[in-house]
Write a protein that binds this ligand. Structure first.
Ligand code: SF4
Length: 244
């Protein structure tokens, strides 16, 4: 593509039809063929992201793996990140909050998560990624439909403004399939997984789940918040196919 030329649009309906029964590996290969080199995988070192990072080693090792370091992760998550990075040989891109820790503490207090978790997520998670996205055409992530009611209608390919496409190769997988993949490939699980943590985000906003709860019930427990905002801030591409 020459400078100033707009990238080709993707027929999302056709892509979703063609990839409906494809394996995650085939979806990743299609994504790289279609959008290289402007492809990222966001990975918070939960099992789904780790599985995708493992698949990409063979399929498209040049995909950038992006970790948003909110400053509130469990020590176990950071140790697991280092272990997986070492095993897979990942050159990780690490995004910092938009505000230095000291300024954040002075302006908002380190307990902002308890008073205004949306603002806390905005500063430490959402805005850092938003600022990284210009130039990215495909954003691969590990969301699955069975994780929560709010994720049941995830499509494999989703189109957003500014020619950005979100790719969800594990949309139709279950937690069990992810676990089996890791077992087959000898990939260690997150150290908190065996302690009942089914979905692991920042330490102050995550607790283990109890029998009968769904995977994400341990996130922001006791509040109405169900998403950090990373997967809700993008605006869908115009239905008329125009570029805005
Ligand atoms: S998940 Fe909790 S601690 Fe992490 S950025 Fe959001 S509100 Fe803050």
């Amino acid at each position: 593509m020459s400078a100033g030329t707009q990238p080709a649009r993707v027929d999302v309906e056709a892509a979703n039809r063609n990839l409906a029964d494809a394996t995650p590996e085939a979806i990743l290969a299609w994504t790289w063929r279609e959008f290289q080199p402007n492809v990222i995988l966001t990975c918070s070192f939960q099992h789904d992201g780790v599985v995708l990072a493992h698949m990409l080693r063979e399929i498209a090792p040049d995909v950038r793996v992006v970790f948003i370091n909110t400053g509130f992760h469990f020590a176990e998550t950071l140790a697991y990140r280092d272990e997986i990075r070492r095993r897979f040989g990942i050159a990780l891109v690490e995004l910092d909050p938009i505000m230095p820790r000291g300024e954040f503490a002075t302006l908002h207090g380190l307990d902002l998560y308890a008073r205004d978790p949306d603002l806390c997520c905005h500063i430490n998670k959402v805005e850092p990624l938003k600022r990284y996205l210009p130039g990215v055409r495909a954003w691969i992530n590990g969301r699955r439909r069975d994780q929560a009611d709010s994720r049941q209608s995830i499509r494999i390919i989703e189109a957003f403004q500014n020619d950005l496409y979100k790719v969800n190769p594990l949309a139709s997988w279950t937690a069990r399939e992810t676990f089996y993949y890791m077992d087959r490939h000898g990939i260690p699980t997150h150290p908190l997984f065996d302690k009942g943590y089914a979905s692991i985000g920042c330490a102050p906003c995550t607790r283990p789940v109890v029998p009968g709860e769904s995977e994400r019930d341990g996130r922001w427990a006791g509040s109405n918040k169900v998403e950090c905002g990373l997967h809700t801030f993008l605006e869908a591409a115009p239905a008329d196919g125009s570029r805005r």
